[in-house]
Design a protein around this ligand. Structure first.
Ligand code: SF4
Ligand code: SF4
Length: 323
């Protein structure tokens, strides 16, 4: 088992579930072994969480081996760039409960990797130059498969809260979603619509993958395209283009499959924006996209972020702005 001691920067230990005080990994494990009254953590669970902690230098180490100056994993690229930089500059602590789901998920990932077909958990890299730096991008799709129609990519996400499909009202003239405005149902083209009129129909929208997961799978598609020779040489798999991609949300009740549209241009643009934020001097800006603000609620370096910002961030910043 790898245990970590407090360091100047990076994950320094756990934040105790009971006292909310920082403790070292070993102190926490020892406390659990003594019974830890009032705490949900138990020794075997803590042991698994500690073993699931990814080396924060993982991508940089791969970059060094490949002769690049700096490395990023796909997971790092789809997260908050400011958080990534702050984590490298400051010590931080996380509650074991907030790391539990990741450790829990890796167990089921390992079980699914036993499926004999396809290519499972093959790490793919792409070295390129950006802003004068030699960069290595690394990513490990859960499952890829070559078919006559092209590559198919699948990524798994464990969650107790998978997306679900629902019926939405649309305007039959424009095929656009209608929304509730001050004057009732509104079509972006036709204006106010009577909800009982035949202009409004209800159609089923299947569950949608979350935006960061869509980006993740799209970045994997870039990596697969760059690694065609490796995939053929190592796995004997060859395909031209892509037949599709999906994110599968593994909930305790049932898997929920969400098709993902692959969009190379948008993904290259995202890659440039994220790398610019990560490689530029100074701290990247705080998140301000509405569907990303949830990250701030779980961010272990939020205090450092708010200190540097001299004010609240996340949903709290938006609320303050609106008041
Ligand atoms: S086992 Fe629970 S109570 Fe004990 S230090 Fe760890 S988190 Fe805190
Ligand atoms: S608090 Fe939000 S904006 Fe700040 S580093 Fe964390 S995730 Fe990023």
């Amino acid at each position: 088992m790898t245990t970590k001691t407090q360091t100047q920067t990076g994950l320094a230990g756990f934040l105790c579930e009971v006292t909310e005080e920082p403790v070292t990994f070993q102190e926490c494990l020892a406390c659990a072994q003594r019974g830890a009254p009032g705490c949900p953590m138990m020794p075997a669970v803590l042991h698994d969480i500690m073993n699931s902690i990814r080396d924060p230098e993982y991508a940089d180490n791969m970059a060094k081996q490949a002769g690049a100056e700096v490395g990023f994993s796909v997971t790092e690229l789809i997260g908050c760039p400011r958080q990534h930089v702050l984590k490298k500059k400051n010590p931080y602590w996380e509650k074991p409960s907030s790391m539990y789901r990741m450790a829990f998920g890796s167990g089921y990932h390992a079980a699914l990797a036993q499926y004999p077909s396809g290519i499972k958990e093959q790490t793919l890299t792409w070295k390129f130059t950006f802003l004068g730096k030699s960069v290595l991008l690394a990513g490990t799709p859960d499952f890829i498969e070559a078919s006559p129609n092209g590559w198919h990519i699948v990524d798994y996400k464990e969650t107790g809260n998978p997306p679900f499909g629902h019926k939405v009202p649309i305007c039959v003239h424009c095929d656009l979603d209608v929304y509730k405005g001050d004057d009732g149902l509104m079509c972006p083209n036709c204006g106010a619509l009577n909800p009982r009129s035949s202009a409004v129909a209800r159609v089923y929208r299947p569950p949608q993958a979350r935006s960061s997961h869509v980006s993740q799978v799209n970045l994997y598609a870039l990596l697969i395209a760059k690694n065609a020779a490796l995939l053929e040489q190592k796995h004997g798999a060859k395909a031209s283009g892509f037949s599709g991609a999906e994110v599968v949300y593994l909930s305790p009740k049932t898997p929920v499959r969400c098709d993902v549209r692959l969009d190379r241009e948008t993904t290259l643009a995202l890659l440039k924006v994220r790398l610019t934020a990560l490689l530029s001097p100074g701290l990247p800006p705080v998140l301000n996209e509405a569907d990303e603000l949830w990250r701030c609620d779980y961010c272990p370096v939020r205090a450092h972020c708010e200190q540097a910002q001299c004010g609240p961030v996340g949903k709290a910043a938006i609320t303050e702005h609106e008041e």
